[in-house]
Design a protein around this ligand. Sequence first.
Ligand code: UGA
Length: 433
Amino acid sequence: MKIAIIGTGYVGLPTGIGLAELGNEVVCVDKIEEKIASLSAGRATIYEDGMEELFQKHRKSGALSFTTDMEKAVNGADVVMLAVGTPPHPITKEADLKYIYAAAEELAQYLNGYTVVATKSTVPVGTGDEVEAIIKKVNPTADYDVVSLPEFLREGFAVHDFFHPDRIVIGANNEKARNVLLKLYAPFEGKTEFLLVNRKSSETIKYASNAFLAMKIHYINEMADFCEKAGADIREVAKGMGLDSRIGKKFLNPGPGYGGSCFPKDTNAMAQMGRKFGAHLNLIETTIAKNDERKVNMAKRVIDSLDKSTNGKIAVWGLAFKGGTDDCRESPAMDIVSEIIKHSSNVTVYDPKAMDNAKKIIGDKVKYAQDAYDACKDADILVILTEWEEFRTADLNKIRGQMKTHKILDLRNMLNATEVRAAGFDYACIGMK
Ligand code: UGA
């Protein structure tokens, strides 16, 4: 099939590559010329584990191509996927749909033959109706259907997740459109669950899933705080809970709060939709407020563990919103560092992948270390904010040799408490004494 993908970010590019691997002809279109030039020349614009090889393979074979020319991409396509950004509005926090609407308006002119327009971006419930109306207005004779086709890819694991989906949700209001997408995803038949639902249910499924996961993280974080006070151990509690298949083991890792370009944006948008429809989503509202509060509390914990009179050095490991990505958008680590620097002028940070992105946000308000050990030089406390494998396997004696005071605050619970204490550190983490 011929597929056009509009938007070549963390959703569009891995999806395009995945669909090319399934045997389709994929044309990716983006407004940003440098992006298209870079992708056409074989330089991927984002990092995703396992992406490079497939990207090169299909780019070279011609199954995957890149253009700024909407007409070239859309004309004759069987499916056009909208994968543009839906950033939060700075004040209302609603998903801003200007890129979706602009893309719909533009693509409408070039529809040629029956086309399914599928929305991959996370969009508020009812957006499909709007997109349908925009296309109709621009091109009243076009033969098309608008479908919601939410994606559930995790950043950093997008290629893996594309080929191993937990489910494929197709939100189509008619049989014809549904059948086109069933054909496109036929290679997954028997391998995963297909959920054929109406468009609004599909749009809701995406938000309800992300909001639920965010609440699950908030829940385990709250439990961790409880364990600290009550003398229980959150690792044991999470394990005991997770063994119940109704609860599940995943997303029970306590931390400094959830972040990234999806959960904060989507929980806010969902809460806003609840207000709009007069169906208040109290659990989500609480999750958002408490997750924000948590980051401030974590920064306070760092500051409180230092002798205020000495302006002691704070070493920070990790800036990305989670391990495995260079993305600092809505990163709890960045929020915590930003809070810490309100109280300290002696902060040195290190992240294996996210330093450049972090610099764009906090600039020279902190020092940037060459590596993890360099960050610890003469430090009075080491704070771990992102779970990178190299932190887990770091040489404790080497760290000890670098630091002035041997104190570690592990806000990702990634080090082995017994080993770290045996190596002579004053070690604190989340959810246990
Ligand atoms: C999330 C969802 O997991 C994907 O299914 C979804 O497709 C994507 O959003 C999206 O809407 O596009 P992602 O933002 O890449 O994916 O990141 P996650 O791996 O879900 O982590 C989000 C945040 O939660 C991170 O800050 C992470 O550190 C935190 N987290 C996650 C925890 O604190 N504890 C956990 O147990 C799990």
